[in-house]
Design a protein around this ligand. Sequence first.
Ligand code: TYM
Length: 332
Amino acid sequence: MTRIFSGVKPTGHLTLGNYLGAVRQWVAAEQAPDEALFCVVDLHALTVEHEPARVRRLSRQAATLLLAAGLDPQRCTLFVQSHVDEHTRLAYLLECTATDGELRRMIQYKEKAAKAQAAGDGVRLSLLTYPVLMAADILAYRTDEVPVGEDQRQHVELTRDLAVRFNQRYGHTFTVPEATHPAVAARVMDLQEPTSKMGKSDANGTGIVYLLDEPGAVRKKVMRAVTDSGDGGVVYDRESRPGVANLLDVLAACTGGDPVRLAADYTGYGALKRDVADAVVELLRPVRERHAELAADPAQVDKVLREGAGRARELARPVVDRAYEAIGLLAP
Ligand code: TYM
């Protein structure tokens, strides 16, 4: 049996990037007879400047959206990270396994630390240790596969390194996990800045399609997407034509096509953008509608999360206890 774990952090409203890069794979994964756990990783939202009430609101909204996207609590375990203490218990042991150097090499740390410094904010220590907590999220469940977007590849690599190192030093404790990525749209780019990832925490929302955007807003954002100059028609080239390649990737992901082949169907950017807008609106319509129904009954969502945390705790507890023993701590 393959065990799957993945998570999303409530630092902003979920985006089309989150959906195509990750959430849609989760919904597909839970159809297989695997054990699947999905987590709103709220502790990770505290690594940068945050507003307490907003994090709480976004945590429930993210959980509601995951259910709206099709996660079925009968087939998977959906929970909030801070409800299961095992994550932070294990994170400390992994901090004693990781080195300062390997954490400072993380691309996301370098980018986010630079951004915090530029804004005059202090860089929280937890921003540096964040990938260790992420490793704990994954390793606490003896996870085999981690379905994520391309931007999480380096963090999952670190998780693998820590698992191997811990197992070699203290005896076999953790499963060494693998990242899995979707075939297309593993890295959806910002519509206004197609050389940057579409990120939910980014301040300027005009290049970001949010899952809860009204159809009119989705159309406007897609129709205003930055395309590339050049008279070579519509071609798929991520290096020299990142804007058009991004639109083709999104269209391919929505329609199940191939971005290179789809390019041949178009002679101009206008028709391509119209088709992308239609495809995204139709893709998101059922998610938005289901979200409205579920959001009307937050107590039901909270119940799902409570039960999920119970199940997650049962799975993680023995693994983390085993790690405490293996590393040399006296049993209580
Ligand atoms: P987060 O919250 O930034 O993103 C959640 C998931 O969405 C994917 N994603 C994208 N995929 C394609 N294109 C994009 N533009 C895009 N933006 C985001 C991410 O790759 C991710 O799969 N560190 C993680 C959260 C985390 C986690 C974990 C994930 C914490 N612990 C354990 C897996 C396992 C993060 O910040 O994701």
